[in-house]
Design a protein around this ligand. Structure first.
Ligand SMILES: C[S@@+](CC[C@H](N)C(=O)[O-])C[C@H]1O[C@@H](n2cnc3c(N)ncnc32)[C@H](O)[C@@H]1O
Length: 352
């Protein structure tokens, strides 16, 4: 049954009635990003315990604190330049930015003086929420609706998995059509084409705008070609059976095909400097960078919450293995010291 936002359902149905079946990418674009009714663009998306799903960021401030240390190491690698920019895309309510800025201000004052934080946010309602959340740091921040040239680091957590995809496998594409009133999948033969075009174009955009620096992307995905590509639909911490349930009120994601992202980045001239799971990435940061005070606090017996946070982020059966971290560079000396986050990265799978 089609359920969800009635206006959005009407718009999608009218398009199919007029033009015939549409790609799943178009359907997903409407469901998540239709300017008025999309799940994200309307501001309906809620993350965390009372929302639809958890992310690293909603677990607590620790991931921002650890990444702050990693960004500082990148800043050092770029010669401690002034006007170093942290660009975040997919910032939701600005929580990660707040956690990073609070941590840098408290623990890394020299870096704090040198940095700017830029949020790329196309949706006005989310931008308003971010401005509210980040009011104490307004002099450090700027907003853009799309990527602009920058030097520094581009960061994203669960951005790539939210980009529209086509459902293509073995020469067949699943399109979205109608059976009476109901949305249904209709299979059509298709010539070889990329299923994740939006994510690949995003890599092109980063390549065009990063003048010098790093890209750190955290997401959940796969490296093997044989992985079955199915979309996941989530609302109120439940997995729904179909993307045609709760249209515009539910999150839709697809695991990231890391190999195609890496191939596109390399073809564009970006250099792969690391790929590992979140467990190894965060353990590398904790072991290498001067953040003992943070982790000591997490492990001390009077800080149960922080300890649980650390465990959730690191444990292989929680988020530690489900998420992977990709590191890319542009115009950075290949002899530069490897980032702490990738110190324990098993790299062999990607040299092929
Ligand atoms: C799964 S949420 C992740 C939110 C947040 N990073 C976190 O980890 O809690 C994906 C976010 O990416 C945003 N997004 C999708 N495409 C975007 C784009 N082209 N530019 C900026 N944000 C985008 C969505 O609006 C949404 O806020």
């Amino acid at each position: 049954m089609n359920t969800g936002n009635a206006d959005l359902i009407r718009i999608i149905r009218a398009k199919i009635e007029q033009h015939g079946p549409v790609s799943f990418a178009w359907f997903m674009q409407q469901a998540l990003y239709h300017p008025e009714y999309g799940y994200y663009s309307s501001g309906r998306c809620a993350i965390g315990r009372k929302g639809d799903y958890f992310t690293n960021v909603s677990v607590g401030p620790l991931v921002g604190q650890l990444l702050a240390a990693q960004f500082s190491e990148i800043w050092e690698c770029l010669g401690k330049m002034n006007d170093f920019v942290i660009v975040e895309q997919g910032a939701h309510d600005g929580r990660f930015a707040l956690d990073v800025l609070e941590s840098v201000q408290k623990r890394l004052p020299e870096f704090f003086d040198a940095l700017r934080y830029r949020i790329v946010e196309p949706f006005p309602i989310l931008q308003r929420r971010q401005r509210q959340m980040l009011e104490p740091f307004r002099h450090k921040l700027d907003w853009r609706s799309s990527l602009q040239p920058f030097t520094g680091v581009h960061f994203s957590n669960e951005l790539l998995d939210a980009m529209p995809v086509r459902l293509i496998s073995d020469g067949t594409e699943k399109l979205v059509g109608l059976n009476g009133d109901k949305f249904v999948f209709i299979e059509r033969p298709v010539n070889k084409t990329m299923f994740n075009q939006a994510a690949l174009e995003f890599i092109d955009e980063i390549t065009a705008n990063l003048q010098r620096g790093y890209v750190i992307a955290i997401d959940y995905g796969f490296l093997d070609d044989g992985f079955e590509r199915t979309v996941e639909v989530r609302a109120q911490h439940r997995h729904l059976d179909s993307p045609f349930e709760r249209i515009g009120d539910a999150d839709i994601t697809m695991r990231v095909d890391w190999r195609s992202i890496i191939e596109r980045a390399r073809a564009n001239g970006l250099r792969l400097v690391g790929f590992t799971d979140q467990h190894h990435f965060l353990t590398g940061i904790i072991s290498q960078l001067a953040i003992g005070d943070l982790v000591d606090q997490s492990l001390s017996s009077d800080s149960r919450k922080a300890k649980r946070e650390l465990q959730t982020l690191l444990h292989p059966e929680m988020l530690g293995r489900a998420f992977q971290v990709l590191g890319l560079t542009k115009n950075i000396d290949p002899g530069a010291q490897p980032l702490s986050g990738f110190k324990f990265a098993p790299g062999a799978a990607l040299r092929r």
